[in-house]
Ligand binder design. Structure first.
Ligand SMILES: Cc1cc2nc3c(=O)[nH]c(=O)nc-3n(C[C@H](O)[C@H](O)[C@H](O)COP(=O)(O)O)c2cc1C
Length: 332
């Protein structure tokens, strides 16, 4: 069994849903939690926009269904320590969000729009600023009793990943007082291409041991075999699963026993079950959004559920023109 302590939060056999912009909505997160994900960070939210535009503007990304999600986590990005200080304090003072358990700082987003502002992956190239951000964030997190974690990558580029720069980075940030690090086994330059680099993750795990905090490995975990390989070869304390959960929240049930020797339940999910889950996610989304908006925002998720079904391309076109729950149901 793998027990992980993220500060005062104790998690048994951690399987974490990776934050994914546009996918990890409250509806999807609560479904994944129902199948066994330990916690589910929100997608990345700009610390600066909370400061400049107020929390209500960002609330659609921050909202969490506390009852349905178990341990709760908000992910923030930015490049200015005082923005984080303000945003975390503001979240902790907001009666709709003050229960949040974990604040995660994004230091891995590869998107140009984010990187060019010095945020996301760019922070791997500026460890001094990354430390300042973490120290400022820790001060606020500590005062509100929240845990602070970081999600990053195995380096900015292949050179950093090979020459020890990425290891120095993780060694430094894991000694700041953050309570866990999650690392995606690709460099920023790789974006989502190529395979997750298990050896690099193993080196990052070793380097993080100086901070004596849990190391969560991420990248290409898609079934029991890849999950066990990741645990065994990197020595990670926990696993984070992203794309393999899209349209397949059952993966958390399938991976339930990866920390033990026996195998989890991995019966084949039928097309009928996938359609039902799609409708369930849509009706949950409608709890938070107007019907038309919910249907439109669910499009990427709908595509993931129908992937591989007979007639999927025809279904895709029809689903993309649907605007109501009943239309989606009828099409399915
Ligand atoms: C559509 C999409 C959106 C993503 N959004 C975020 C995000 O908001 N924050 C973040 O830290 N990572 C984000 N990621 C990266 C994932 O969290 C994860 O690190 C990556 O997909 C690798 O894991 P996987 O191979 O299990 O998918 C995103 C990935 C995808 C595919």
């Amino acid at each position: 069994m793998g027990i992980v302590n993220i500060g005062k939060i104790r998690i048994e056999d951690p399987l974490i849903l990776a934050p994914m912009a546009g996918t990890t909505t409250p509806a999807f997160r609560s479904i994944c939690h129902g199948f066994g994900s330990s916690y589910q960070p929100t997608e990345l939210v700009s610390a600066r926009s909370i400061l400049y535009s107020g929390i209500d503007k960002s609330y659609c990304y921050l909202m969490i269904d506390r009852e349905a999600e178990g341990i709760t986590c908000i992910q923030l990005f930015g490049n200015e320590p005082s923005d984080f200080e303000y945003a975390i304090g503001r979240i902790c003072e907001d009666e709709r969000l003050s229960f949040v358990d974990i604040i995660d700082i994004n230091m891995g987003c590869p998107v140009q729009k984010v990187v060019k502002t010095g945020a996301g992956s760019a922070l791997m190239r500026d460890p001094v600023l990354a430390e300042k951000i973490l120290k400022a964030s820790l001060k606020v997190c500590d005062s509100y009793g929240k845990e602070l974690t970081v999600k990053t990558r195995i380096g900015y580029d292949a050179e950093d990943s090979r020459n020890g720069k990425a290891e120095d980075f993780i060694r430094r940030i894991s000694q700041t007082g953050v309570k866990a690090v999650a690392v995606h086994g690709r460099t920023r330059d790789q974006m989502y291409h190529g395979n997750a680099d298990i050896d690099a993750l193993q080196r990052m795990k070793k380097a993080s041991e100086d901070g004596n905090i849990p190391f969560i490995a991420n990248g290409d975990i898609k079934d029991t075999e890849s999950a066990r390989k990741m645990l065994k070869e990197t020595g990670a304390d926990g696993l984070m699963i992203g794309r393999a959960a899209q349209g397949n929240p059952w993966i958390f049930r399938e991976l339930k026993d990866v920390y033990k020797e026996k195998d989890g339940i991995c019966g084949k999910i039928t097309f009928e079950e996938r359609k039902e889950m799609l409708l369930r996610e849509l009706s949950l989304t409608m709890k938070y959004k107007d019907e038309n908006i919910a249907v439109r925002e669910m499009r990427p998720s709908m595509m993931a559920y129908i992937k591989g079904m007979p007639g999927a391309s025809e279904l895709k076109v029809k689903l993309c023109s649907a605007l109501t729950y009943d239309e989606v149901k009828e099409i399915l």
